[in-house]
Design a protein around this ligand. Structure first.
Ligand SMILES: [Zn+2]
Length: 70
């Protein structure tokens, strides 16, 4: 569990697990917009895939095996 504190006055607001949370501090009235940080390398994976596909396409194009039936 995680401690959720006000970013303005550091008052403890709640304790728990969250992905995204909006909580208004009753002391100073600041609306705290919190989100749990989770490193997801989605962009890297997509880029890698694109490169791989491109490479494969290139190799297939240079090999005229399909255009030469027996
Ligand atoms: Zn506060």
């Amino acid at each position: 569990m995680e401690e959720i504190r006000c970013g303005q006055c550091a008052r403890k607001l709640a304790v728990g697990d969250y992905r995204r949370l909006q909580i208004k501090c009753p002391r100073c009235g600041t609306l705290n917009d919190l989100r749990a940080e989770s490193p997801t390398p989605e962009r890297r994976g997509a880029s890698n895939r694109e490169e791989l596909t491109h490479d494969h396409d290139r190799t297939a194009g240079s090999a005229p095996a399909k255009e030469a039936p027996p």
